[in-house]
Design a protein around this ligand. Structure first.
Ligand code: 13P
Length: 225
């Protein structure tokens, strides 16, 4: 089981230090924390695997605001999220750029958590399978690639997918790709056990509930049940 915390645009360097001072991860579960870029250096070396929230496809170049895989490796960061729905929604991320970011990160020796998931409209109009097939098709086949199924309608809304909905989507993704599949979208300490008990759920990608060391620990413990 893998439990990853995506902090999004929360916690600068000092709050990051405070988190790690208070965070006591359980043994027996792979834990990843994904702080903002400016906080990565403070997170590395605290006994937990650190991933970035994005990564560029080129090693260097004129790409204002971007960070390369090589830079992350130099810092001791071990991987990156790519294709989060917030990047797709607000920053023009496409299936093609997600694939390029994933490939570059894997080539540089990083792990990758690649996010896929349908919007509310896509689910309502019966296009969930088509969307997942399209998003998964571009992802590289690689032993360090993990997929996160994050239905967009469940992110930050408290509207968690039911365990049955998650299981159905995970089974589809696993029929298309060999990677482990994490569930993300309003994962909390009180629903984590049930979600991670599903046959094809291999862990969780946690947003809001990963910001508090106690609730994130509780979700990590839920992965052991
Ligand atoms: P929430 O857990 O806050 O719904 O966020 C999920 C997510 O987007 C993780 O990447």
């Amino acid at each position: 089981m893998l439990v990853a915390g995506n902090w999004k645009m929360f916690k600068g360097p000092s709050e990051t230090v405070a988190f790690f001072d208070a965070f006591d991860p359980p043994l027996g579960v792979d834990v990843v924390v994904c702080p903002p870029y400016v906080s990565l250096a403070r997170a590395v070396g605290r006994g937990v695997t650190v991933y970035a929230q994005n990564v560029h496809w080129d090693a260097e170049g004129a790409y204002t605001g971007e960070i390369s895989a090589r830079m992350l490796v130099e810092l001791g960061v071990e991987g990156a999220i790519v294709g989060h729905s917030e990047r797709r929604q607000y920053f023009g991320e496409t299936d093609e750029t997600v694939a390029r970011r994933a490939e570059a990160a894997l080539d540089a020796g990083l792990g990758v958590i690649a996010c896929v998931g349908e919007t509310d409209d896509e689910r309502a109009s019966g296009r969930t399978e088509e969307v997942l097939r399209r998003q998964v098709a571009v992802l590289p086949r690689h032993e360090r690639l993990v997929i996160a199924y994050e239905p967009v309608w469940a992110i930050g809304t408290g509207r968690t997918a039911t365990p049955a909905i998650a299981q159905e989507a995970h089974a589809l993704i696993k029929s298309l790709h060999r990677a482990p599949v994490l569930y993300g979208g309003s994962v909390k300490p009180d629903n984590a056990v049930e979600l991670m008990a599903q046959t094809d759920v291999d862990g969780a990608l946690v947003g809001g509930a990963s910001l508090d060391p106690e609730s994130f620990r509780a979700i990590c413990v839920a992965a052991l049940v």
